[in-house]
Design a protein around this ligand. Structure first.
Ligand code: ADP
Ligand code: MG
Length: 384
C-alpha cells in the first residue's frame, strides 16, 4: 500500500542534484559531502518544499549505502494505527485486517537508508518505540515473537521548530538527540531568492517535449516580488504551469502576475489549456449519470498538510478517511454511481491541491498520468 522508493544516483555527483549558488546552498552541498560517508543520523529542518527530501536523497546517493534501498515514510501522513505496522511490520492475523504478513519499512530499508519525513508529527507512543529500535537496532513485527536485526541509516526531516515541541513535551528530547547527531538547516527560497533564475532554468530543462517558454527580465523582476511560501516546490509548479500555458511564447511581468494569482485554483481557461496541452487519442466516454449518493460523503481529505506540502512517497489508504457505511438492506445502493462520484471528487481535489499540475495530481492519487487524463475526460473535467 505504501510505495517504497529507491534512489537513483544518475551520472552527476549526488550533491549536484541540489541546485543553487547562494552561499547557503554552496555550504549545504559541502555539508552533504562531509556527512554522507558517515553513518550519522541527520535531521533536516526546513519549511515545506525547501528541498529536505532532495537533500536526504543526495546524502543517501553519496553514501556507501547508495546501491541499497532509500525508503521514505511520511510520519505525519499515516494514521496512528497504521504507522506502527508501516514502520515495523506485522504478522498475519495480528490484528483485524492483518490478512497477510507485512514487512515494515525498517526491514525494507535494510542495508540502506530510512527517511523519516515529518518526524515532528510522530505520536508520543511511537516515539518511544522508535527510540528503542534506534538503540537496539532490532525490530519486532506486531504480533511477532522474533527480533529482526536491521542495519539502517536514519535521516529525518521536520518542517517545524522541534525545540518548541520539546519544550511543550510533545517531542522526546532523548529521541531528538538520537536523530539530530548532525542537524542541517535548509533555507526558505525567499532567503536565497538569487537562485530563482537558476532553478527556473533547471525546471524548464525538465519540461521535455514542449515548445520552450522564455521568461523576460521583467518576468524575473515580478517573480522577485513574490515570497514563494511554498518554496522550491511552488516555483517548480509555477514553471510547469507556465510551460503548459505559454508553450513557445515569451512570458513577461503580466503573465507572471496572472500565473501567481491563480495559484491554488485551476480556472476555466487553465483547465482548457491544460486539456489542450495533453494530447491523447481516446474517444470521449460519456459521463455516467451521477445520482446523489445515499450516504453523506465528507470532502476528500487527501493530505493533512497545507496544500503546498505533497507527500510524495507515502500512500494513505483510502479506508482511513472513508465514510461509515450506511446500508440497511431495505434501500438498494447505487454502488457504481457512488464510486464514480467519489472518484470525481478526489480528482477535483487533487487537481486543486496540485495547482492543476497533472503529474502531481496523478502522484497524489497514485494513478498513472495517462490514467488520470482518461478519467478527467470521462468526467468531462475540462469544462469549468
Ligand atoms: N535545491 C533544489 N534543487 C533542485 N530541486 C529542488 C531543490 N529543492 C527542492 N527541489 C524540488 O522542489 C520540490 C520539493 O522538494 P522536497 O525535497 O520534496 O521538499 P520538502 O521535502 O522540503 O518538502 C521537489 O520537486 C524537488 O525536486
Ligand atoms: Mg517533503
Amino acid at each position: 500500500m505504501c510505495a517504497a522508493s529507491t534512489a537513483k544516483a544518475g551520472n552527476a555527483a549526488p550533491q549536484n542534484l541540489i541546485i543553487g549558488e547562494a552561499p547557503s546552498i554552496v555550504a549545504l552541498r559541502q555539508l552533504v559531502r562531509q556527512v554522507a560517508p558517515s553513518d550519522a543520523s541527520v535531521l533536516l529542518v526546513g519549511p515545506s518544499g525547501s528541498g529536505k527530501e532532495v537533500v536526504a536523497r543526495a546524502i543517501h546517493a553519496a553514501s556507501r549505502r547508495a546501491a541499497k534501498p532509500f525508503v521514505a515514510i511520511n510520519c505525519g501522513a499515516i494514521p496512528r494505527d497504521l504507522l506502527e505496522s508501516e514502520l515495523f511490520g506485522h504478522e498475519k492475523g495480528s490484528f483485524t485486517g492483518a490478512f497477510a504478513q507485512h514487512r515494515g519499512r525498517f526491514e525494507e530499508a535494510h542495508g540502506g537508508t530510512l527517511f523519516l519525513d515529518e518526524i515532528g508529527d510522530m505520536p508520543a507512543d511511537m516515539q518511544v518505540k522508535l527510540l528503542r529500535v534506534l538503540e537496539e537496532r532490532v525490530v519486532q513485527r506486531i504480533g511477532g515473537r522474533g527480533q529482526i536485526a536491521v542495519d539502517v541509516r536514519i535521516l529525518a526531516a521536520t518542517h517545524r521548530d522541534i525545540d518548541v515541541a520539546i519544550d511543550a513535551g510533545a517531542f522526546r528530547e532523548d529521541l531528538f538527540y538520537r536523530l539530530a547527531v548532525f542537524p542541517i538547516d535548509i533555507p526558505a527560497l525567499a532567503e536565497r531568492a538569487e537562485d530563482v533564475p537558476l532553478l527556473v532554468g533547471h525546471f524548464l530543462s525538465q519540461a521535455k517535449g514542449r515548445r520552450p517558454v522564455r521568461f523576460s527580465a521583467a518576468a524575473f523582476d515580478r517573480m522577485a516580488e513574490h515570497g514563494w511560501p511554498g518554496n522550491v516546490r511552488e516555483l517548480r509548479n509555477f514553471v510547469e504551469r507556465a510551460s503548459i500555458l505559454y508553450a513557445g511564447r515569451a512570458i513577461g511581468r503580466d503573465e507572471v502576475g496572472a500565473l501567481l494569482l491563480r495559484r491554488g485554483r485551476v480556472g476555466a481557461v487553465e483547465r482548457r489549456a491544460l486539456w489542450d496541452a495533453t494530447e491523447i487519442a481516446v474517444e470521449p466516454v460519456p459521463a455516467p449519470a451521477v445520482q446523489p449518493p445515499p450516504a453523506p460523503m465528507p470532502a476528500p481529505a487527501l493530505a493533512p498538510e497545507p496544500a503546498a506540502e505533497i507527500a510524495e512517497e507515502v500512500v494513505v489508504p483510502i479506508s482511513a478517511d472513508a465514510p461509515a457505511i450506511a446500508m440497511t438492506g431495505a434501500q438498494p445502493v447505487a454502488l457504481r454511481d457512488m464510486l464514480a462520484e467519489i472518484e470525481r471528487r478526489y480528482i477535483e481535489e487533487a487537481l486543486t491541491q496540485s495547482d492543476g499540475v497533472i503529474a502531481d495530481a496523478a502522484r497524489l492519487l497514485t494513478l498513472q498520468r495517462t490514467t488520470l487524463i482518461e478519467k478527467m475526460r470521462k468526467y468531462e473535467m475540462r469544462a469549468a
